[in-house]
Structures are given as structure tokens and as C-alpha cells.
Write a protein that binds this ligand. Structure first.
Ligand SMILES: Cc1ncc(COP(=O)(O)O)c(C=O)c1O
Length: 514
């Protein structure tokens, strides 16, 4: 099944599962709490036919336990005064296969305390063996600096640029040492000058206002919506008021707004669009890799992103002139442009050779060598897996605690990646919000809280280094109840059942429901 269809299918199913459960769910929590027929579960995975037979049970009581990191529920058919039949079932990691009894069981397990989750969230994806060997070859050759390669064909960076440009469907990709460098160079290449105002997201990573300030410009912050995207009404208003010539738009956590409207707003106000796709690598908009609406786009390959090279990034564009400027600013000098597989027209390279400053932000050969297999297998192998796990965890959360947790989603033109879980608590007080964090931490799931005093994505924390103070009540309201969690690629799929259980139980417990 393709990435797109599995994702859509998962979303559709999530909705279906929810509606089939809701008809039988009213009052069951109370039954659950009163009867207390908790029992120990075995750790065996029930065969399929046993699951089918369990559908005979008239009522379910659920015990949650750990089954190799997953969620095991036991389904009991109840008589008035006790258990008359008991069958065990373990819930499949594919929510599409859940029967209505299983869905109901998952829903109830959200009120039962899960075991502590003990795996380490901080471990990034491993570098494939092929990448490790290629990196060793580079080191043995000593040709670590990209322009020490004898040609574009033998340069790992030039080949990674070729591969990346191919993957995103753009004419040029220029390898750099970080996405921050990519953004900085992209802004200079589009003509941003000291003293300009630059519009950007009020909810993004600190790198964006930092890059804007680095050029001596003023960041103008735009409100965000419940779905973590830029509020386009506020953008239109602030574009008119600020007179900004550039919009630096970040697709935070891969959530994407109506890009056709963004382009229309930019045209209306005579603004150039630069896209920050640090979280947008692999995200598709209208069937194409996101990042093609702007004149120039920035990507990150830092370890928290879907391509891990420690540090790194790319600048992509279809524009020859911008490509030539970026090439020289990134650190190409003299006539080294001929070491690029995708070389801008020679006359432009000659023109910018002596007129662009050199910011020495090049990608090196070891970085490119280790990431090339991860570029090659992103779409074919890794995206479907990210999405499968995202569908699983959001289905669990939706069933167990859907009344208190909202998962932001992109519009119908967007195919997400699902490498992070983001959600917002709803119908909770400030105290319940704090209690929720305490319980998740105690149960081994450390979540990023966007309004913590150290969070690098919270605009109030940027004021401390000089970003102007902005009143963003809408953004503050969303972020105060919103959380961030990386979904480590090396975890097992059923770990995400367990984590979803912890998150759901924590909010149910904070609400005093169990
Ligand atoms: C939204 C966003 N943009 C830009 C960056 C900067 O990326 P880099 O660390 O590669 O400079 C980050 C880093 O995490 C980010 O989250």
C-alpha cells in the first residue's frame, strides 16, 4: 500500500472506529470503575480466531498490561455478579484491524495505569552500514573537504545534492552545514537587507528569529492556529502593516497551511516567500514534496530530523540566479563551481564569483556520505513506517482520551510524515495540565512543553536575546496546552501503543477519571 493511501486509510478508519465505539461506550467507564474485576494478563498474543470469538462477550472489562512493550487487553464477558467468561486478546498494532470489541477494550484501557515506559527517547536513528562505510572511505582518502574531490562524480556532497534535488523535484540543491545556514544564505540571496522587516511564525524554532536578527532585520511574528500553522488572516494583516518584503514561513512539525492562499497573500503585498522545511522533508503538498511555493527553501539534516547527518542542510531552488548566489555564499570560491553536479549557468557563476561574500557554510564529504542512504530510502521505506506508527498512536489516544486531547492535522492537500507526535490538551484546567506533565514524566514519557521557560520554540523566550515583544494571545493559548514528542525510529511499533496509553492515562488521571 502506498504511503498516501495507508495514511488516508488510517485516518478514515480512526474516524470509523471511534464512531462504532461511541455508541456502546456511554456508562462503561462507570461499570469499569465499579466492578473492578482486574485480573492478571498472560503475555501471549491471542490467535486471530480467538479474537473473533471474543466478540461474543456482551460487556468488556479491560486490564491493561505490558506485552513486549505493547498493550494487552483482556476482555471479559460479564454477568450481573461476576465474570462468566474470559478471553484474552492482544490488540494488533494496525488499528485498521481492530474489531469493535478491541476498540472498546482499548478505550477502556485508558483508565488503567500502564507500566512505566523505560526506553530512551534521546537516541536518534542509526546510520545505515552503507553510509558508515562510505564515510570511512572518505576519511581514508583524506578528501573530507568537498572541493578536494577530483570531480562532481567523485564528490559525496555533489552526489547528495543531486539525489536531494531529485527527491524534492527542484532544479538545485546546495549542501550546507545546517538549516540555519541555509535560511541565512537564502535570505541574503533574496535581497533581504539590514533594517528590513521580515515576517515569520510566532511559533517556530529559535533559529528563525535568530537568523533574521543576524542580518540586522526585525522579525515580525505572526499568530498560529490550533493546527500549528501560520494564521493567514493575521499574516495578511501584518503584511499590510509591516511593509515586509519577505515572508520566512516555517512548516512547524510538518503542519502545512493553505499554500495557495499564502502565495496569493505574498503576491498581493509584493513579498517573496522563503520556506523553512526543516520539518517538511517528506511532507507532500498536492502530491509533491513541500517547498516548491517559495523562491528558495531550506532543509535540515540535523539528528532530530528525518535524515540524520548530525548537522547539515540543503538550500533548494528552481531559480538560476538565486542558486548561483547561494552557491558562492555557501563557500564555493574561485572556479570550484565545476565540482557541482547541478551547476548554475556559467555566466552567473562567473558574475557572483567575486561579488558574493563567502560565508564558509559548506557541507563536508563525511556528512554527505553518511546521509546518502537515508535520502535514498526516505520515501520508499521510512515514510510508510513513520506514518503507520503515527496512525497507531493517534488512534490509541483518540479512543482512550479523545475528549481531552486534540491532535493537530494538516489540510486535505497534505500528506504528513509523522516523525513527531504533537497534541493539545482540551477541556483541562491549568492545574490538570500541570498534573498531566507530572504523570507522563513519572511514567517515563518526557514530553516537550511548548511554553516551558526554556523551550526554544516559545516566542517569549526569544525576547531575552532581542526579538521584539509581540502580543500573540492566540499562539500562547494553543502552546500552553500543547506538547511535542519525537517518535524515535528505532523503537518497536508496539511501543507507540504503550506511549499512547501513558499519554491517555495521564490526562484521564489528571481529570480525576481514574
Ligand atoms: C523549524 C526549524 N527550523 C530550522 C531549524 C534549524 O535547523 P538546524 O539545526 O539544521 O540549523 C530547526 C532546528 O531544529 C527547526 O526546528
Amino acid at each position: 500500500m502506498s504511503f498516501a493511501s495507508s495514511h488516508l486509510c488510517g485516518r478514515f478508519l480512526k474516524h470509523k472506529v471511534k464512531s462504532c465505539c461511541s455508541s456502546s461506550s456511554s456508562g462503561e467507564t462507570t461499570t469499569l470503575q465499579k466492578t473492578r474485576f482486574w485480573n492478571k494478563c498472560s503475555v501471549l498474543k491471542a490467535p486471530r480466531q480467538q479474537k473473533q470469538r471474543s466478540a461474543l462477550g456482551s460487556e468488556c472489562v479491560v486490564v491493561a498490561a505490558k506485552k513486549r512493550g505493547g498493550l494487552l487487553v483482556t476482555n471479559y464477558a460479564l454477568a450481573e455478579n461476576g465474570v462468566i467468561d474470559a478471553r484474552e486478546l492482544s490488540v494488533n498494532t494496525d488499528p485498521k484491524q481492530w474489531t469493535s470489541v478491541e476498540s472498546s477494550a482499548v478505550q477502556k484501557a485508558g483508565f488503567v495505569k500502564p507500566e512505566k515506559f523505560t526506553k530512551d527517547f534521546s537516541k536518534p536513528m542509526s546510520i545505515p552500514r552503507e553510509g558508515i562505510e562510505a564515510a570511512i572511505n572518505v576519511m581514508e582518502s583524506g578528501r573530507v573537504f568537498r572541493y578536494c574531490a577530483t570531480s562532481a562524480e567523485t564528490s559525496e556532497v555533489a552526489q547528495a545534492e543531486e539525489q536531494f534535488a531529485e527527491m524534492v523535484g527542484q532544479k538545485y540543491a546546495i549542501g550546507v552545514n545546517s538549516c540555519s545556514s541555509a535560511i541565512f544564505i537564502a535570505m541574503l540571496a533574496t535581497g533581504v537587507e539590514q533594517g528590513d522587516r521580515v515576517l515569520t511564525n510566532g511559533f517556530t524554532f529559535t533559529a528563525l528569529p535568530s537568523c533574521i536578527l543576524r542580518i540586522g532585520c526585525e522579525p515580525v511574528l505572526v499568530e498560529c492556529t490550533d493546527n500549528f500553522t501560520m494564521d493567514l488572516d493575521d499574516l495578511d494583516k501584518k503584511a499590510g502593516e509591516s511593509g515586509a518584503k519577505v515572508l520566512l514561513m516555517s512548516h512547524m512539525r510538518g503542519k502545512v497551511c493553505d499554500m495557495d492562499r499564502v502565495v496569493a497573500i505574498c503576491e498581493k503585498h509584493g513579498m517573496k516567500l522563503i520556506e523553512d522545511c526543516a520539518h517538511g522533508c517528506g511532507v507532500r503538498y498536492k502530491g509533491r514534496q513541500l517547498g516548491y511555493h517559495g523562491v528558495v527553501t531550506a532543509y535540515s539534516t540535523q539528528s532530530d530530523k528525518v535524515i540524520n547527518s548530525g548537522e547539515g542542510g540543503f538550500i533548494t531552488t528552481d531559480d538560476d540566479d538565486i542558486a548561483a548566489r547561494c552557491l558562492y555564499m555557501s563557500g564555493c570560491y574561485e572556479r570550484r563551481y565545476n565540482k557541482h553536479a547541478r551547476m548554475p549557468p556559467q555566466e552567473l557563476c562567473e558574475k557572483y564569483m567575486l561579488t558574493m561574500p563567502n560565508l564558509s557554510s559548506r557541507m563536508n564529504e563525511v556528512t554527505a556520505a553518511m546521509m546518502r542512504p537515508l535520502i535514498a530510502n526516505l520515501y520508499s521505506e521510512r515514510l510508510p513506517k513513520y506514518m503507520e506508527r503515527w496512525v497507531l498512536i493517534t488512534s490509541v489516544i483518540d479512543l482512550m482520551a479523545g475528549d481531552y486531547i486534540n491532535v493537530p492535522t494538516s489540510g486535505e492537500n497534505v500528506e504528513d510524515v509523522g516523525d513527531h507526535l504533537n497534541f493539545t490538551l482540551k477541556n483541562v484546567t491549568e492545574e490538570e495540565n500541570a498534573k498531566f506533565r507530572e504523570i507522563t514524566t513519572e511514567l517515563g514519557v518526557n514530553l516537550g512543553w511548548f511554553t516551558s521557560s526554556v523551550n526554544a520554540r516559545f516566542h517569549k523566550n526569544w525576547e531575552k536575546y532581542g526579538t521584539p515583544k509581540y502580543d500573540l494571545p492566540q499562539t500562547d493559548k494553543v502552546l500552553e496546552y500543547s506538547y511535542d514528542m519525537k517518535m524515535p525510529p528505532d523503537f518497536e511499533t508496539d511501543d507507540f501503543q504503550h506511549i499512547g496509553h501513558v499519554i491517555s492515562y495521564a490526562v484521564n488521571k489528571a481529570k480525576g477519571l481514574c
